[in-house]
Design a protein around this ligand. Structure first.
Ligand SMILES: [Zn+2]
Length: 129
């Protein structure tokens, strides 16, 4: 049931895990129209768990099915990614080395096999280099 109201709880969807989470923000329709769902998704943001990993210097490699995902200009937007459910977190510096490109965002969508391949690489350990 979608009962619209002039207040709603803001939710965002995590591009890493695809889960909607509460941001803790209350949305208010300024004209007090009943335009908002009880939970209203306003966009993409990292969930607390994945935001913490990003802050620690880890980039999320989200495996997605290239057949079922929609590419826009060679990349996949979060909303067009068909997630396989596999996610790997590696250090941003390591990712730059492996993919030979500078990854600037907290999320990169990769093809099947990449996550598996990374699992076979020598683990770098948790010590800072
Ligand atoms: Zn997440």
């Amino acid at each position: 049931m979608s009962t619209k109201s002039h207040v709603g709880m803001e939710q965002k969807v995590c591009p890493v895990c695809g889960q909607a989470f509460d941001t803790g923000t209350i949305l208010l329709d300024k004209r007090l129209r009943n335009s908002l769902d009880r939970h209203t998704v306003t966009g993409w943001d990292l969930c607390p768990e994945h935001a913490a990993l990003w802050k620690k210097g880890y980039i999320a490699l989200v495996e997605c099915d290239p057949q079922k995902s929609t590419f826009t200009g060679g990349t996949i937007r979060p909303e067009n990614a068909y997630r396989t459910g596999r996610v790997a977190h590696i250090r941003t510096a390591a990712a730059a080395r492996i993919f030979n490109i500078a990854l600037t965002g907290p999320v990169a969508f990769v093809e099947p096999g990449v996550v598996e391949m990374l699992g076979q690489l020598q683990p770098e350990g948790e010590h800072e280099s």
